[in-house]
Each structure stands twice: as structure tokens, then as C-alpha cells.
Ligand binder design. Structure first.
Ligand SMILES: Cc1ncc(COP(=O)(O)O)c(C=O)c1O
Length: 392
């Protein structure tokens, strides 16, 4: 029998990193030492008391049933407390906070509850691939908002034609940004909220790197803009802030009608988190936050190693103030990021990500992740240095 895919999935390309993992497996089997600077999965563990909370509750015999859908009321209250303490933003935990099984789940499902075939979605270009995949699987049309170095990697909202703005239903934003490492001032969020209100567009701001900041930079939340909840939802996550990517705890906060729709969809689809994970997540959000500064210093040191090497080699780079990534324009003489990364991987064992994986405006760029210990990072930088010198 021929298995025919649904139209919505027929043209979806495999997730880039799934294919990369296969290439890497083959290279490893051939005996090559691979250094992966391609993904954004934190290499460090959460602080001990978070893990201890998980272990303690996992031992309770009555903690193994289904958890409360959309997160327990105490987890939602903990997210609201975090938003109050971190951003001065007041949230109603029952109506304006929804626990997610990782923010990726909510980011994808926002399209499911909101987008009909043919609707128009505004996407940053480059962007986290799930915004595009989510929109396409909902059979939306997408309109790219280029993130260019000359605009500090912020979309130029004034350049969006009025007929496009008029048709658009949803706009994605993401700061601190993956993949560019750029940050946005609150004044940009104010402008985006004004734009969205003027054109009746929902703004989805994705903020998983909001607490991964360097050089004393403090990133804002879009919900700090007065009146933003009329049009905005913000996605946040414990994955990067607390080194808990595998635990799958995220949150959507903001407009209560959007929370209601996401919650309705989720209730048909998943059965919440493991309760001890929710209790440990509460501990992460509510207990002492000072360890995060020390963790950010570790990333900052790694960032400095990468930035220095790449600048010496002639790459053009903005030193990122936040996120887990260095976004670098290829040096003169190179223009194909895909060929650059592929050859680099096969000849040196260093894996970095081609910028065009994130969208057309990423062509000519590469993304280097900072989730590898400094010694390995130094090794990777030396390999890149020797490789480029040999080719000159
Ligand atoms: C911009 C962005 N949004 C969302 C996510 C997904 O995070 P989570 O682990 O909460 O699903 C990532 C993960 O890399 C990301 O880079």
C-alpha cells in the first residue's frame, strides 16, 4: 500500500540537525574526533538544589500519576512570581500563564490554534526554524523580515508594505536572538506593539535567552511595554536559563485569550509534566538566582575565545551581549556557508551551523554555539585557524 502523507506535511524538509547527526555518526565511526559547536543544548547541569528537589519528590509514591494540564497552579504561580521579580510584570497565574512541555511545543502549537491555510505570518529572517515549520505545516504564507547587520539585526517594521501588514495575522520576534545573538531595546518592543495594534496582528515574542546575558547587559521582556498583553504572547523556557533543556519546561505568558486557545488545544494533545519536574521547576524559579550570573561568566569566557579567534581570522562579527551564539559573516573569499561548514566538518571534525539553515538572509553567515567547555572550544578554534591558513 502506498502511504500518502497529508498535504500539510508532504513538503516539510527534515530538521537540519537530524541530518547533521547522521553525518556526524558516520564520521565518528570512521574514528574522527568531532567537536560539536552546532546545537544550543547547554552542557552544564542545573544547580544541585534543583536536582535534589526532583529526586526527593520522585521518591514519593503518590507523585507518579498525571500532572495538572498546562502546569500545576503552583508552577504557574511561580512563573508569575518570576515575571514580577525579574521584569516588574504582573500576571494572573490562572489566565495569563500556561505551562508548556518545552517552549517549542507552544511555539509550534500557536500556529495550530491561530492560523488557517493561506493566512500570512511575518517571520524574522534568519530565525529559529520552528517558527517557519510551524507556519508552513499550518499551510500559512510567510513573509520574511530580514535581520540585517546595518539594522542591528532588528526587523525594519517601516519596510513592511502596508498590504502585507494589513493581511498579516501573526508576527514572530525573538530577542536575545537565535541565531544572530542580537538584543533588542525596550523601545523596539514598544514600536512592535504599536505596529501590531495598528494592523491587528498578534505578536509572539520568543525569549528563551532572556537570562543568558553578558557584560552586565539585562534583557527586557516584551510584556514590560504597557498595554502589550492586548496583542502579545511571550514564550519563555527553563532550558537555557536554568540549564534544564532535557527537562522540557517552558511557559507562554500574556494575552489571556491566546492562553485559553493554547490550553484548549493542549488539553486534547498532551497530559502535562511529571509532577516532580514541576516541583523542581518551581524551585528553579523561586530560589536563589545568583548562580546564573556565575554560569553566564562561563559562557562569556567561551564567547571571548570564539570572538577573538574569528576576528583574527578575518570574520566579521558583532560581539554578542546575550544568547548562546556567535554569528559570524564568512571572511573574504568565502560565500557559501553550507559548503564552508560541510568541508570544515569533514576536514577538521569541527561542526558549526550554516547561516542559511535559518533563512535566506543567513546566507554568508555561520553560527557557533558556546555550549562546549573552554578546552574543547580552544581545540576547535585552533583546528579552524590551521584549516583556514592552509587554504590561503
Ligand atoms: C529561539 C528558540 N526558541 C525556542 C527554543 C526551544 O526551547 P525549549 O527547550 O524551551 O523548547 C530554542 C531552542 O534552542 C530556541 O533557540
Amino acid at each position: 500500500m502506498e502511504i500518502k502523507p497529508a498535504i500539510r506535511i508532504a513538503n516539510v524538509k527534515p530538521y537540519y540537525f537530524a541530518g547533521l547527526a547522521q553525518t556526524i555518526e558516520v564520521l565518528r565511526e570512521s574514528g574522527m574526533d568531532i567537536i560539536r559547536l552546532d546545537m544550543g543544548s547547554p552542557d552544564l547541569p542545573p544547580i544541585d538544589y534543583i536536582i535534589e528537589t526532583l529526586v526527593k519528590y520522585a521518591r514519593h509514591p503518590d507523585m507518579h500519576g498525571y500532572g495538572q494540564p498546562g502546569g500545576s497552579s503552583s508552577l504557574r504561580a511561580a512563573f508569575a512570581d518570576y515575571y514580577r521579580d525579574r521584569f516588574g510584570v504582573k500576571l494572573n497565574p490562572n489566565k495569563e500563564v500556561l505551562g508548556l512541555i518545552g517552549s517549542k511545543e507552544g511555539i509550534f502549537n500557536l500556529n495550530q490554534v491561530f492560523i488557517n491555510p493561506g493566512d500570512l505570518v511575518l517571520l524574522p529572517d534568519p530565525c529559529y526554524p520552528v517558527y517557519r515549520a510551524g507556519a508552513r505545516i499550518s499551510q500559512a504564507e510567510t513573509y520574511p523580515m530580514p535581520l540585517l547587520a546595518e539594522n542591528e539585526f532588528l526587523p525594519d517594521l517601516d519596510a513592511i508594505p502596508s498590504e502585507v501588514a494589513h493581511r498579516a495575522k501573526l508576527m514572530w520576534l525573538n530577542y536575545p536572538n537565535n541565531p544572530t545573538g542580537a538584543v533588542a531595546p525596550l523601545s523596539f518592543f514598544e514600536k512592535a506593539i504599536d505596529f501590531a495594534k495598528k494592523h491587528n496582528i498578534v505578536v509572539a515574542h520568543d525569549a528563551p535567552y532572556v537570562d543568558v546575558c553578558y557584560d552586565d547587559y539585562i534583557a527586557p521582556s516584551i510584556l514590560q511595554v504597557p498595554g502589550s498583553k492586548e496583542v502579545a504572547v511571550e514564550f519563555n523556557s527553563l532550558s537555557k536559563t536554568y540549564n534544564m533543556a532535557g527537562w522540557r519546561v517552558g511557559v507562554a505568558v500574556g494575552n489571556p485569550e491566546i492562553m485559553r486557545l493554547l490550553s484548549l488545544f493542549k488539553s486534547q494533545m498532551d497530559s502535562s509534566h511529571f509532577t516532580p519536574i514541576m516541583l523542581a521547576a518551581e524551585t528553579a524559579l523561586l530560589d536563589d538566582q545568583s548562580w546564573i550570573r556565575g554560569r553566564n561568566m562561563v559562557y562569556q569566557r567561551r564567547r571571548d575565545i570564539v570572538v577573538k579567534t574569528l576576528l583574527d581570522l578575518g570574520f566579521h562579527i558583532e560581539n554578542p551581549k546575550a544568547s548562546l551564539y556567535v554569528w559570524a559573516r564568512l571572511p573574504n573569499g568565502w560565500d557559501d556557508s553550507m559548503a564552508f561548514c560541510d568541508t570544515l566538518l569533514k576536514e577538521t571534525g569541527v561542526s558549526i551551523t550554516p547561516g542559511n539553515v535559518y533563512g535566506e538572509s543567513g546566507a554568508g553567515f555561520v553560527r557557533i554555539s558556546l555550549v562546549t567547555p573552554a578546552e574543547r572550544l580552544i581545540d576547535a578554534m585552533l583546528r579552524i585557524k590551521d584549516w583556514i591558513k592552509e587554504r590561503k
